[in-house]
Design a protein around this ligand. Structure first.
Ligand SMILES: Nc1nc2c(ncn2[C@@H]2O[C@H](COP(=O)(O)OP(=O)(O)OP(=O)(O)OP(=O)(O)OC[C@H]3O[C@@H](n4cnc5c(=O)[nH]c(N)nc54)[C@H](O)[C@@H]3O)[C@@H](O)[C@H]2O)c(=O)[nH]1
Length: 149
């Protein structure tokens, strides 16, 4: 059986109402660096608990891992992406929604699971996340923000 996890691709705008042409410098994504394993960078996410629905997991993990409560961001449910990759020879599925911070200066509070966080422009976010699938989702998220929001 596949392992299932859910999370949020959280972004912030440094300034409100910036034109699409200047968006590249205005939009930043939140990535967290794990304090275990190969110290990879990932959006907040985690395993779905028994009986829990996917969005509840995404919100719970975001609060646990980044210290952000649901009232601090807007979840954009129209943007939902599913990634699949093997972890320790078992298939893993991860569902992400997009979420926009209401206050770009909100404090991030890490748990013991992560040792660092960073707000990153799209190229740097792609570089740190590393995995091609995750890079594709970040690019699609950026495109969605620029064209639909
Ligand atoms: N000591 C220790 N403890 C660990 C370790 N591992 C876990 N713990 C414990 O588990 C708890 C976390 O529980 P939750 O928070 O509920 O779950 P998630 O957030 O889902 O947690 P993960 O970090 O497990 O999930 P992934 O990000 O999916 O990384 C899993 C592997 O997949 C690679 N990987 C990542 N993305 C991609 C991709 O797009 N494509 C491909 N191809 N590969 C990708 C990545 O490089 C990694 O090798 C922690 O508290 C620890 O106690 C570990 O190695 N050592």
């Amino acid at each position: 059986m596949s392992v299932r996890a859910c999370g949020l691709i959280i972004f912030r705008r440094l300034l409100p109402d910036v034109s699409a042409q200047k968006a590249a410098n205005n939009i930043e994504f939140l990535l967290l660096q794990t304090s275990y394993g190969i110290h990879h960078w990932t959006p907040p996410k985690g395993h779905v608990d028994y009986g829990e629905d996917d969005l509840t997991t995404a919100l719970r993990e975001t609060e646990e891992e980044a210290g952000l409560q649901a009232s601090q961001f807007t979840v954009i449910k129209e943007f939902q992406k599913e990634l699949s990759y093997p972890v320790k020879d078992k298939p893993k599925t991860v569902i992400y929604w997009l979420a926009e911070m209401k206050d770009a200066t909100a404090e991030i509070k890490l748990s013991h699971e992560h040792q660092a966080f960073s707000w990153l422009k799209l190229p740097e976010a792609c570089k740190l996340s590393g995995y091609p699938q995750m890079q594709e989702v970040l690019k699609e998220a950026y495109e969605f923000i620029c064209t639909k929001l």
